[in-house]
Design a protein around this ligand. Structure first.
Ligand code: ADP
Length: 349
């Protein structure tokens, strides 16, 4: 029981507390995403030389890959103040107005989950992004009049896990678009070693690599696995994270050899069991798993798709032979020739 308390709420709380301390502050602290860093460094240098503010920037990619991190690093590099808000928090223009009027010259406004901005707020943002002005309607009905208000030249940083859901007028107003991709094991291991030093936790290189390999290419997940291994070692071992300790901790957390956790496996079990390997719509899978479909499409599916456990077809999600063998089930090859072991060989892949 005591152990469950550590894995659940306690871990999340501690993680949040440590998150701010562990987040990179400068480009030199950011690991991986080499090309993104290169382009951002060029943009920062150019703006400094030209005496201009940074162009509006959109970061997209699955959760936990560093969108907020980049939003924090840019003001650190450019020297402007940062204000932070998110799409769901801005339900009407009046919610956004204080952020715009408080924005300093050369300052930054970060809007997370920008794809969830209501249309009316999005439209209010357009002139602010384009001409650094807002149009405020005073009064009602026939007596209503519009007053334009000038704003300081600020930089909007948008982050989204669903760039496809962004309207094209919104997308077009960002002059830089950066897509963050999954990290390779070596970069994740480097992130873990840097975090272990900050946490004053001895971490063996082989353990860092093992945790990295089983973290779905995602820094947030890797850091969370490190955090759990650290707690496990502090409580049950001598505080050092060796390869054996890392493996034991991952085993207890029910993370398998491919880095999939209970929720990932439940998805694959549902797709192969209830839906016979698919095709199945994400809504139907989500309803069966009793989860919001956004959780599946934002957090669970992107990695399973990338690692080819699952295919997205026009008719729905389908389990691949890799998925069937991962969960140890035999696919019904004769009933549906499009799934199971023949999928790639029949396509000549
Ligand atoms: P997102 O905003 O995309 O969900 P975050 O920026 O919150 O992701 O990153 C999650 C965690 O991973 C943060 O604690 C951050 O410190 C760490 N992190 C992300 N990207 C990097 C990176 N490139 N280098 C070092 N740490 C990173």
């Amino acid at each position: 029981m005591a152990r469950e308390a550590v894995v659940g709420g306690g871990e999340i709380e501690n993680e949040l507390r440590h998150d701010a301390a562990l987040r990179p502050r400068r480009f030199s602290d950011v690991i991986g995403q080499k090309h993104v860093i290169q382009r951002l460094t060029i943009a920062v240098n150019a703006c400094r030389k030209l005496g201009e503010s940074m162009p509006h920037i959109l970061f997209d990619g699955p959760p936990g890959l560093g969108k907020t991190t980049f939003a924090n690093v840019l003001p650190g590099e450019m020297g402007g103040a940062l204000q932070i808000t998110s799409g769901p928090a801005l339900t009407r223009p009046a919610d956004l107005l204080p952020f715009l009027t408080n924005a300093e010259e050369g300052g930054f406004l970060f809007i997370d989950e920008i794809h969830r901005l209501p249309r009316i707020v999005e439209e209010f943002l357009y002139p602010a992004m384009e001409d650094f002005r807002v149009d405020i309607v005073l009064g009602e009905g026939l007596g209503a009049r519009t007053v334009s208000m000038r704003l300081k030249r600020f930089t909007l940083i948008g982050a989204t896990t669903r760039s496809g859901m962004l309207s094209s007028p919104m997308r077009d107003r960002f002059k830089m678009h950066e897509h963050l991709d999954y990290y390779d094991e070596n970069d994740l291991a480097t992130i873990l070693r840097a975090n272990a030093i900050k946490l004053k936790t001895p971490l063996e290189d082989s353990a860092a690599l093992e945790l990295a390999r089983r973290s779905r290419g995602t820094p947030r997940i890797a850091i969370s696995r490190l955090f759990w291994a650290r707690q496990f070692s502090a409580s049950e071992r001598d505080g050092t994270i060796t390869l054996a300790v890392a493996r034991e901790a991952l085993h207890l957390a029910e993370v398998d050899h491919a880095g999939l956790d209970k929720q990932d496996r439940r998805y694959l079990e549902t797709l192969t069991g209830v839906f016979q390997g698919g095709p199945a719509g994400v809504e139907a899978i989500a309803a069966t798993m009793n989860l919001p479909s956004d959780t599946l499409s934002d957090e669970v599916e992107p990695y399973l798709l990338r690692e080819q456990f699952v295919l997205r077809t026009a008719r729905g999600r389908m389990a691949t032979s890799k998925a069937w063998s991962h969960i140890g089930r035999i696919p019904p090859v004769t009933e549906n020739p499009n799934i199971g072991p023949d999928l790639f060989s029949s396509a000549g892949i």
